[in-house]
Design a protein around this ligand. Structure first.
Ligand SMILES: *Cc1c(COP(=O)(O)O)cnc(C)c1O
Length: 407
């Protein structure tokens, strides 16, 4: 007799002991990495149940990051759209300007507990690199950040920021010199420095236990939002929305709501020039399952299985893969994955700035573009909650360029 436990019916029960969410995830790594991954998993399992770990992280959230981040009723935007009420979860107010710090602090506390003395990380646009360099400075650990050579050129302000914070930047010239190549190089470095090094992955991807661990550290977003919605509206939102690069801010918002069937959930991928063109970063809408960076998930790839370069106006969204839990939530139908083009994101960026006095990062501007359509379609008594996961200061140069403005 097969017993179907309540846990198995939950969308929140994954991953299994081998790191699989349905057929996605796992740990496809070199044999030399296996002991490290298992050691990390053991330490994480232990820390998760340890009250002092939780207390230390909570203290940092409150006094260093500035959590809880507020939820905010976007009244003028709501009036302008003329439909459902729009709320923002204001994670752009966090120290360092995005949700990335939530995960970095969790992982660096774990590194300390494991007695590691050196931090490595990959970064694309540089937002994760800045958050890691910040945490490394705070905890007095030397830090090396791998960054594609192309991205080093494109993201000079963040490169300088990381250097000021004391990080050693290693430009990676392999491949196209972007995030995928930086992550390969970081994994290689990790194998070569097994004893002293902790690898802080920046999104809910990589080999098990990273996707689950990053999700857990980012779930503070959804946990707070749930409580705050109850306080302000006395009920849960009808719709929640977040943008997707690798999927960490999205899974952080979504996970606490997965077993609330009345809440509709939408992930917004980067549509670039349009998902019908080769130039987008919508891994679920326009990709196929394959293996990259230690896990099985949806990837942008050509007919030979070669990973292709994603394109987005937003450097933070052009990862050619997506966290495996999203691949599972996509196939199960619990979360709907949609996309927004560069143009739509740019328009939403301007609208939010002008109506709400909030300059959003280009990444959540993708989510906002979908929120615009959704709000117009839904009645005034419905509620939409969107994760405003980053601030736009970093993006003003590329926005100026796209608007044809010389600053
Ligand atoms: C890095 C970043 C993203 C993309 O990463 P996810 O793991 O998908 O959250 C999105 N928004 C901002 C502001 C970022 O810095």
């Amino acid at each position: 007799m097969v017993q179907i436990s309540e846990q198995l019916n939950s969308y929140r029960s994954g991953p299994d002991e081998n790191g699989f969410f349905g057929q996605f995830g796992g740990r496809f790594v070199a044999e030399t990495l296996m002991p490290l991954i298992l050691d990390l998993q053991d330490h994480y399992e232990f820390a998760k149940k340890d009250a002092s770990f939780k207390a230390e992280l909570e203290n940092l959230h409150k006094h260093y990051v500035g959590r809880p981040s507020p939820i905010y009723f976007a009244e003028r935007l709501t009036d302008h759209l003329g439909g459902a009420k729009v709320y923002f979860k204001r994670d752009e107010l966090n120290h360092t300007g995005s949700h990335k710090i939530n995960n970095c602090l969790g992982q660096i506390l774990l590194a300390k507990r494991m007695g590691k003395t050196r931090i490595i990380a990959e970064t694309g646009a540089g937002q994760h690199g800045v958050a890691v360099a910040t945490a490394a400075a705070r905890f007095n650990l030397p830090c090396t950040v791998f960054m594609g050579a192309t991205d080093v050129e494109r993201q000079k302000p963040n490169v300088f920021r990381m250097k000021l914070l004391g990080a050693d930047i290693r430009p990676v010239t392999a491949g196209a010199g972007t995030l995928k190549d930086a992550m390969n190089e970081a994994l290689r470095d990790w194998v070569a420095h097994v004893d002293d090094t902790f690898y802080i992955i920046g999104t809910a991807a990589g080999p098990h236990p990273y996707p689950a661990m990053v999700r857990d550290f980012q779930s503070i977003i959804g946990q707070e939002a749930k409580e705050q919605m109850m306080e302000v509206e006395g009920r849960l939102p009808d719709h929640i929305v977040a943008c997707i690069g690798g999927g960490s801010n999205a899974i952080g918002l979504f996970h606490p709501f997965l077993d609330d069937p009345e809440v509709n959930i939408y992930g917004v991928e980067a549509g670039g020039y349009g998902v019908e063109t080769p130039d987008h970063a919508a891994s679920l809408t326009g990709g196929n399952p394959g293996v990259l960076h230690g896990n099985r998930t949806y990837l942008l790839q050509d007919n030979d299985g070669q990973i292709t370069e994603g394109h987005s106006i937003s450097a933070g969204l052009d990862y050619p893969g997506i966290g495996p839990e999203h691949a599972f939530l996509h196939e199960s139908g619990r979360v709907k994955y949609v996309n927004a083009t560069d143009k739509e994101a740019l328009a939403a960026f301007q609208l939010c700035t002008q109506l709400e006095g909030i300059i959003p990062a280009l990444e959540p501007a993708h989510a906002l573009s979908f929120v615009e359509k959704l709000a117009k379609d839904r009645p005034k008594d419905e509620i939409i909650l969107m994760n405003l996961c980053g601030r736009g200061d970093k993006d003003i140069f590329s926005v100026a360029e796209h608007l044809g403005v010389d600053i």
